[in-house]
Design a protein around this ligand. Structure first.
Ligand SMILES: *Cc1c(COP(=O)(O)O)cnc(C)c1O
Length: 378
């Protein structure tokens, strides 16, 4: 069959250990997500070098696979868990609760008690009612306020900056430690300068809090560091430089613990989703391929994944544009349109999606009876 894809044609971030011919040779039942933990470790090294004194806490929701957790844990990183079950995945894989930020600002009393019993001592909040729940069920905890810095988006979580003083002093009055502030800009930020407006706002809140005698031990800068999909992104070093400049310029003082919560950046490029072509047919103007995984297995259209196939792909092979759909035959299940692929591709051939290690399989919930792809790591 020859080499499926020449090395120079693969996107630069494609994991060397997950090259198409290697995956083809494994002959595993598709669909599956193949992951390479060495890529996760490399991304963390790169991230730490870029961020200097800003400590990463891995946002587990991006990819909660045990192999990812234990790789990162072994490198001494902290974690950000969004639920008790994520916390359990962490503790089951050897992470101590004292390394975990409990990030979701709304939980039940029993969940708060279980988290505190597991050693979690830093908990996000964004409302007075959650503060009261924390005071009841995890008395004395260190709490940090999740602040909404993005005025135009109406998000379900996050306190308005104008509420910070009242909430942080209420925390103190309830016997909790008003430990810090945190914010999150949202996914896949393209500009290293994106943190400036948010840190300007946070700097003002920090100055106001000083008037109440509240100094911050921690400031959380969120996640949103971009992974490389089909298009290039700015190098992570530029994000680090920009963040440190914003902290120096815009904050009245530097909290002892500057932290951030990368998810996608650390794991996205470690994964390749491998699918099989089930059908090829012409509908209207488009040539469609139906694959055995799609949007409901995590190949969501908002990310443009780099694509490779199991077919020989020398530079002069003739290509045509295909629309790619998932197996549900639901109108929502369109992965991408106008993807150039080798002309002879047909049922039984493989289509592989790079940069599939974040927010893919963990989102699959069995819609229409098509389940969650298996995950394995090399
Ligand atoms: C999801 C999330 C993150 C991680 O975001 P990425 O885009 O994966 O880096 C960080 N912080 C909070 C509060 C989140 O909700």
């Amino acid at each position: 069959m020859g080499s499926p894809l020449l090395e120079e044609d693969l996107p630069v971030q494609w994991p060397g250990r997950l090259r198409p011919e290697r995956l083809l040779g494994l002959a595993f039942q598709t669909p599956y997500l193949a992951g390479d933990v060495t890529v996760v470790a490399e991304r963390l090294v790169e991230f730490r070098a870029a961020m200097g004194g800003i400590e990463p806490y891995y946002s587990v929701k991006a990819n909660p696979a045990p192999e990812v957790i234990s790789t990162l844990s072994g490198l001494g990183i902290g974690f950000q868990a969004g639920s008790l079950s994520e916390l359990k995945m962490l503790t089951d894989n050897g992470v101590e609760g004292n390394r975990v930020l409990f990030g979701n600002p709304v939980r039940t009393g029993p969940h708060l008690r279980a988290a505190a019993a597991a050693g979690v001592w830093r908990m996000a909040f964004d409302s007075a009612s959650e503060l009261r729940r924390i005071a009841d069920h995890a008395p004395g905890a260190c709490v940090y306020l999740q602040v909404q810095v993005n005025e135009e988006t109406n998000r379900p979580f996050g306190a308005h900056p104008s509420q910070a003083r009242a909430l942080m002093t209420l925390a103190r009055d309830l016997g909790l430690v008003p430990y810090g502030l945190a914010f999150h800009l949202g996914a896949q930020q393209s500009s290293p300068a994106a943190w400036f407006p948010a840190l300007g706002l946070i700097g003002q809140v920090m100055s106001e809090l000083l008037e109440d005698g509240v100094g911050l031990a921690m400031l959380g800068l969120g996640g949103g560091f971009p992974a490389r999909y089909a298009e290039e992104v700015a190098p992570i070093a530029r994000f680090g430089t920009s963040l440190r400049a914003a902290v120096d310029e815009l904050l009245p003082y530097r909290p002892d613990n500057l932290v951030c919560e990368p998810g996608r950046f650390l794991v996205a490029e470690s994964g390749v989703m491998v699918t099989t072509v089930l059908d090829r047919s012409r509908r209207g103007d488009a040539e469609w391929l139906v694959l055995d995984a799609g949007v409901h297995q995590g190949l969501t259209g908002q990310d443009r994944f780099p694509v490779a196939t199991s077919l020989p792909d020398p530079p002069r092979v003739s290509k045509r544009l295909f629309s790619l759909a998932g197996p549900t035959c639901d109108a929502s299940d369109v992965i991408a349109r106008d993807v150039p692929l080798p002309e002879p591709i047909s049922p039984g051939d493989l289509v592989m999606f790079g940069t599939a290690g974040a927010y893919t399989v963990c989102r699959a919930a069995g819609y229409n009876g098509f389940g969650r792809p298996k995950v394995f790591f090399v």
